[in-house]
Design a protein around this ligand. Structure first.
Ligand SMILES: *[C@@H]1O[C@H](CO)[C@@H](O)[C@H](O)[C@H]1NC(C)=O
Ligand SMILES: *[C@@H]1O[C@H](CO)[C@@H](O)[C@H](O)[C@H]1NC(C)=O
Ligand SMILES: *[C@@H]1O[C@H](CO)[C@@H](O)[C@H](O)[C@H]1NC(C)=O
Ligand SMILES: *[C@@H]1O[C@H](CO)[C@@H](O)[C@H](O)[C@H]1NC(C)=O
Ligand SMILES: *[C@@H]1O[C@H](CO)[C@@H](O)[C@H](O)[C@H]1NC(C)=O
Ligand SMILES: *[C@@H]1O[C@H](CO)[C@@H](O)[C@H](O)[C@H]1NC(C)=O
Ligand SMILES: *[C@@H]1O[C@H](CO)[C@@H](O)[C@H](O)[C@H]1NC(C)=O
Ligand SMILES: *[C@@H]1O[C@H](CO)[C@@H](O)[C@H](O)[C@H]1NC(C)=O
Ligand SMILES: *[C@@H]1O[C@H](CO)[C@@H](O)[C@H](O)[C@H]1NC(C)=O
Ligand SMILES: *[C@@H]1O[C@H](CO)[C@@H](O)[C@H](O)[C@H]1NC(C)=O
Ligand SMILES: *[C@@H]1O[C@H](CO)[C@@H](O)[C@H](O)[C@H]1NC(C)=O
Ligand SMILES: *[C@@H]1O[C@H](CO)[C@@H](O)[C@H](O)[C@H]1NC(C)=O
Length: 687
């Protein structure tokens, strides 16, 4: 033994010095978790509930002078029967290529196991490990050093270490016990799209912890991202997908604020996870934090936000709107390569418009497609949940895995007939081009749209039909009992108005105002102006359970007209047509700063076109249809912020009958296959 160590040290002294960034402890967080640096990367290690703990005799371990009790370590699980230098270098290279969390700084210690019984570590592997100046080599009991070689290793016997995923960890060594803590790279949220980062606390109770790290050098929240390598052998459909969540959805262990400090003050930390989010966890997804939203999912403009600081959009000049209310979701997906998806909700536009201004894929699904249990409501029967993505294929795969019948809302919530969602290739035959909503105001953007429509007609052999939607609805001859169904103003203000006002008041407003008043001597809670006047004098004559029930009946009448007359299912189409419109800016910039939107060739959001009775955004909240925002290109503008030419995304909304979501996803997949649609980039430009 002594001889072996002597030989090893000689070998080391002739090796080139290794430039590994040293472990640098920064601060403890969450009662025992650790924040540390390796070079320029900041990491969080879940030391409180480590991934694995084992005991071993450390006296025989290889040590290159280190007696530290905390070591960055790399776990390599291989299937090789002879572990060679090639096996190790190929594996390490695949970690470097496929993961943003792992760096060679984690090679201070190594743990090797092989699924091949009786595997050996050969002399080439041993000399490679020596050249790395690794301080501790741990090996599974199944693996041994090939005969004729010497290497001091620590053998680790199960139990304690079964099914330990490969990848980087922080080893915490304490008197013969070694714990391996999962590590998360802490990305600064430089666009300030998040409220806080979060990670799986691994406490056995399925709770998440928030990241309590503030580094004064930057003001950004930190978002913890686990190694992708942890999920490489996980066959579940969302394994390792990093997902940001709108702060309306409950996640066990985290505060739900709805974007309101006052609401957070009076409500406990969530003790259960919303079923919609639980499904993502069950399918292997990773929750990385809660993102900013317009308070209580309102449609507030950027300059109307008071409680939270408005998030930043990476597109164009960096000074464009993120829209409302799932603002931080679209903008963070447009901003960060390290983020895969963001979950949001859409009542009146809140997925679709943030997707449009950030140039990402995002949907308002069919009414009722996703459970909204344990999600703060706006309008119980108009709320929906969607997902933002940069990549059409990943978006389709996520959506199909997420929207499953067990999570559909029952008819007593939606007020509509039960959902049927065929996964079909029965594509529409016609494209509806509504002349009251199109063309796009920026003629350069309309060229992008016309090319897209040409591609659609060619690929799907569809016919473009130009109609005036407002006129079409106005010319319905309604039966007496539903005389309102030709009145879009009525449909958008009465049934929709009642549904959207009552639920939020019933579940949030009434509780917040009365609780705050009792706590603070009759005071009204500090909330943003979007809700203050409505909740100050809430009209319970207009909005109450009885008018709500009536609103559901009236909405259903409108949906029945749409599904029987306007977008019916036919023998060969799930939805006879696909309806196109733009929920965004028509190809012009819309700034986060009010005054900048007063000039020509700029745009406000939620503008009702002249001659139309409702905004295009309101169509599917009334008719229950599926409405997807699809990025199709970009056009230049001269920025009054950077005083430089910038690009703004061009998107189009595709609307199909309720229940035809998977058909529309299949259509989008075909468009991606043909190269008409593609993944968008992060950053200043989407393409
Ligand atoms: C940290 O980043 C700076 C600036 O990008 C760079 O010059 C430096 O080499 C980096 N240091 C390490 C240890 O990676
Ligand atoms: C062993 O692992 C490699 C790399 O992960 C894989 O390509 C190969 O199929 C595996 N072989 C067996 C027999 O499982
Ligand atoms: C898990 O939850 C149970 C029941 O609430 C509790 O008794 C236990 O202490 C919790 N465990 C941890 C690690 O928090
Ligand atoms: C969560 O808290 C509520 C009340 O605050 C309680 O009724 C419920 O049982 C709790 N759920 C769990 C799983 O502990
Ligand atoms: C809706 O119906 C389900 C059964 O399908 C029932 O469990 C639930 O309580 C009902 N909800 C409402 C709001 O009536
Ligand atoms: C889409 O349409 C444009 C203009 O008509 C055409 O140039 C382009 O080749 C089409 N793209 C595909 C993938 O068919
Ligand atoms: C395209 O659609 C028209 C009807 O709109 C039909 O007559 C024609 O056969 C179709 N062409 C192909 C290639 O399917
Ligand atoms: C449509 O509804 C609005 C709002 O309820 C009402 O003011 C208007 O008179 C109605 N229009 C017609 C033509 O009935
Ligand atoms: C409350 O709503 C009722 C019914 O819509 C309406 O008649 C009344 O004027 C409203 N009250 C106020 C103060 O707006
Ligand atoms: C920029 O500002 C000028 C006036 O200074 C105005 O004419 C122009 O329309 C503005 N353009 C944009 C895209 O904001
Ligand atoms: C498009 O232009 C028309 C005419 O100038 C204007 O009324 C409308 O508000 C514009 N639409 C948007 C979304 O800015
Ligand atoms: C569409 O029809 C409405 C109602 O008749 C009318 O006010 C509007 O001007 C029409 N719009 C267009 C673009 O034809």
């Amino acid at each position: 033994m002594l001889l072996a160590r002597f030989l090893f040290l000689i070998a080391l002294s002739s090796a080139a010095p290794i430039k590994r960034n040293p472990y640098n402890f920064l601060q403890p967080v969450n009662q025992g978790d650790t924040v540390f640096e390796l070079g320029n990367n900041t990491y969080l290690a879940n030391a409180r509930y480590p991934k694995a703990t084992f005991s071993c005799d450390l006296t025989s371990s290889v040590t290159a002078g280190s007696s530290r009790s905390t070591l960055p370590i790399t776990v390599i699980n291989t299937n090789a029967s002879t572990v060679t230098r090639g096996v190790l270098t190929t594996t390490i290279q695949s970690y470097l290529d496929g993961d943003d969390v792992f760096t060679t700084d984690f090679l201070e210690a190594i743990y090797i196991s092989s699924s091949s019984s009786g595997a050996t570590l050969d002399s080439s592997a041993i000399s490679y490990l020596r050249s790395l100046e690794i301080s501790h080599v741990f090996m599974d009991a199944s693996i041994s050093v090939a005969s004729g070689n010497t290497l001091s290793t620590t053998t680790v016997a199960s139990p304690g270490i079964e099914n330990l995923p490969s990848g980087p960890y922080l080893a915490l060594i304490n008197a013969g016990t070694v714990s391996l803590a999962s590590v998360f790279l802490l990305y600064p949220d430089t666009y300030r799209d998040f409220l806080f980062g979060a990670y799986d606390s691994n406490d056995g109770n399925a709770t998440h912890s928030s990241v309590g790290v503030f580094l004064p050098k930057v003001w950004d929240p930190y978002v913890p991202v686990p190694s992708r390598i942890y999920s490489w052998n996980d066959p579940r459909p969302m394994a390792g997908y990093r997902v940001a969540i709108k702060d309306l959805f409950d996640i066990k262990g985290l505060q739900t604020s709805g974007g309101s400090q006052a609401w957070a003050h009076i409500t406990p930390t969530a003790n259960e996870t919303a079923p919609s989010i639980q499904r993502i966890l069950d399918l292997g997804g990773v929750l990385v934090g809660k993102y900013k939203l317009a308070q209580f999912a309102s449609g507030a403009n950027p300059w109307e936000w008071q409680d939270e600081h408005y998030p930043f959009n990476p597109r164009g000049d960096g000074w464009l709107t993120c829209s409302a209310s799932s603002s931080g979701g679209g903008c963070s997906v447009a901003a960060y390569d390290w983020l895969d998806f963001a979950i949001g909700s859409d009542t009146g536009s809140s997925m679709r418009r943030p997707a449009a201004v950030s140039g990402t894929f995002g949907q308002r699904p069919s009414q009722g497609l996703m459970s909204l249990e344990r999600v703060l409501p706006l309008g119980g029967a108009t709320d929906t949940a969607g997902v933002f993505s940069r990549d059409p294929y990943k978006w389709i795969a996520f959506s199909k895995a997420w929207y499953q019948p067990t999570l559909y809302q029952p008819p007593n919530i939606t007020g509509l007939s039960p959902l049927e969602v065929p996964d079909t290739l029965a594509f529409p035959k016609n494209i509806i081009y509504p002349t009251d909503y199109l063309p796009l105001n920026n003629s350069a953007a309309e060229v992008v749209l016309q090319n897209f429509i040409t591609n659609l007609t060619t690929i799907f052999n569809m016919t473009v039909k130009k109609i005036n939607f407002t006129e079409t609805v106005q010319s319905i001859q309604p039966p007496d009992n539903v005389s309102f169904i030709n009145n879009l103003t009525y449909l958008s203000s009465v049934p929709l108005g009642v549904i959207n006002a009552w639920t939020a008041w019933d579940i949030i407003g009434s509780v917040l105002t009365s609780t705050w008043s009792a706590l603070f001597d009759g005071r009204f809670p500090p909330i943003d102006p979007a809700r203050r006047p409505g909740w100050k004098s809430f009209n319970t004559t207009r909005y109450n359970p009885s008018t709500y029930a009536n609103a559901l009946v009236e909405k259903n009448a409108a949906v029945e007209w749409w599904e029987s007359s306007f977008q019916p299912t036919t023998s060969d189409s799930c939805s006879e047509n696909v309806f196109l419109y733009d929920i965004g800016t028509g190809g012009f910039p819309s700034y986060r700063e009010l005054a900048l939107n007063g000039y020509p060739n700029t745009s406000f959001l939620a503008v009702k076109p002249p001659g139309a009775e409702i905004t295009g955004a309101n169509i599917c909240p009334i008719y229950g249809c599926a409405d997807f925002t699809i990025p199709i290109g970009q056009v230049p503008y001269y920025s009054n912020v950077t005083f430089h030419e910038e690009m703004v995304p061009v998107t189009i909304n595709m609307v199909v009958k309720r229940g035809c979501d998977f058909m529309l996803l299949n259509m989008i997949e075909k468009l991606a296959d043909r190269g008409v649609l593609s993944a968008v980039k992060t950053g200043r430009t989407a393409f």
